[in-house]
Design a protein around this ligand. Structure first.
Ligand code: NAP
Length: 301
């Protein structure tokens, strides 16, 4: 057996990490975490676990009994898992969801690395610092909660919410204004159908627009009134695909700097790696591996 082959072998000392989801077979986390472990020379392996909702409690007990060192949690378990852990980080509690668990001698700690992943993506891709900024969030679901907590904690001056269901965004604004008195919140209902019905006041002074809706996953465009957006506004689309997302294409046409959600996926993964191993993920490895996988998918389809 050559040395490279031996390096990638699972041994008696190998620590096990993984992801719980239902479904889980589409997850890109195994390829990016395994690439990072290998590059960093860490004796660990990352495995997808298909965990159905009724099995979540048992799967968490399994972490303790099998000594699995750390787990990512994805849809549909991120919210429910919060109440099943021994300890939860303050930001994850405010977000209301956990995507990373650290098993320290049977004591399960929950974290949410999506928000910090977004901040890292904004810095790396758009050179954007939220301190003192005005941000417009499209959507008000789970990913949006993570974005809002991270942006407020990083000093955003205002957060505007544009959502189809106004009550959902209003609930977030009411809840977060109690936690972040230094940030102003506003809610703008919009059905995402027509640029002409877009609430224009939402664009006043805006520095960054973040799409946190699922629009774009199936190639849908977002009917923003682009003629009212200054080219100095940055656009971040949490959606990612093997092709440029429709929002990033539109932003480019209008001269706005834009990035898609791949960098956030990498950012949340790199932060989970650091929580589990105590060392930074090797620079650029997760991103390079993801781009290679997406490139292959594009050429297979
Ligand atoms: P979610 O909780 O289901 O929220 C979905 C949001 O999209 C809601 O605000 C919903 O509006 C809105 N929406 C859905 N369909 C719509 C439509 N046809 N017209 C207008 N608005 C619509 O989902 P989530 O977990 O927050 O995820 C949102 C997106 O973020 C997904 O695309 C996900 O893949 C992405 N994401 C990316 C990363 C990353 O690392 N890049 C991480 C997490 C999530 P209503 O409130 O009116 O229903």
């Amino acid at each position: 057996m050559n040395e490279a082959r031996e390096e990638s072998c699972v041994r008696g000392t190998t620590r096990v990490f993984g992801i719980f989801g239902d479904p889980v077979d589409h997850s890109l986390s195994p390829v990016m975490q395994n690439a990072a472990f290998e590059k960093a020379g860490i004796d660990a392996v990352y495995v997808p676990f298909h965990v159905r909702p009724q099995q979540l409690g048992g799967a968490l007990e399994g972490l303790r009994s099998l000594g699995i060192a750390g787990i990512n949690v994805t849809v549909p378990h991120k919210e429910r898992v919060l109440d099943l852990l021994d300890e939860v980080d303050a930001h994850a509690r405010l977000i209301g969801a956990v995507n990373t668990i650290l098993n320290r001698d049977g004591w399960l700690f929950g974290y949410n690395t999506d928000g910090i992943g977004l901040l890292e993506a904004l810095r790396a891709e758009l050179d954007f610092n939220p301190a003192g900024s005005h941000v417009l969030l499209l959507g008000a679901g789970g990913a949006c909660r993570a974005a809002a907590v991270a942006l407020c904690a990083a000093g955003a001056e205002s957060i505007g919410w544009v959502n189809r269901t106004a009550q959902r965004a209003q609930k977030l604004a009411d809840e977060f204004s109690a936690h972040f008195p230094g940030t102003e919140f506003a809610v703008y209902p919009w059905d995402f159908q027509e640029p002409s019905t877009f609430p224009v006041a939402a664009l006043a002074d805006v520095d960054l627009v973040v799409n946190t809706t699922t629009l774009g996953l199936k190639g849908e465009s977002i009917a923003l009134p682009w003629h009212l957006l200054s080219p100095r506004v940055s656009i971040y689309d949490m959606v990612y695909a093997s092709e440029k997302t429709p929002l990033c294409v539109q932003a480019g046409r209008h001269g706005c700097q834009a990035a898609d959600g791949l960098s956030m996926l990498v950012g949340q993964g790199e932060h989970a790696f650091r929580i589990w191993t105590g060392v930074p993920a090797p620079a650029g490895v997760m991103k390079k591996r993801l781009l290679a996988v997406l490139h292959d998918k594009k050429h297979q389809s």
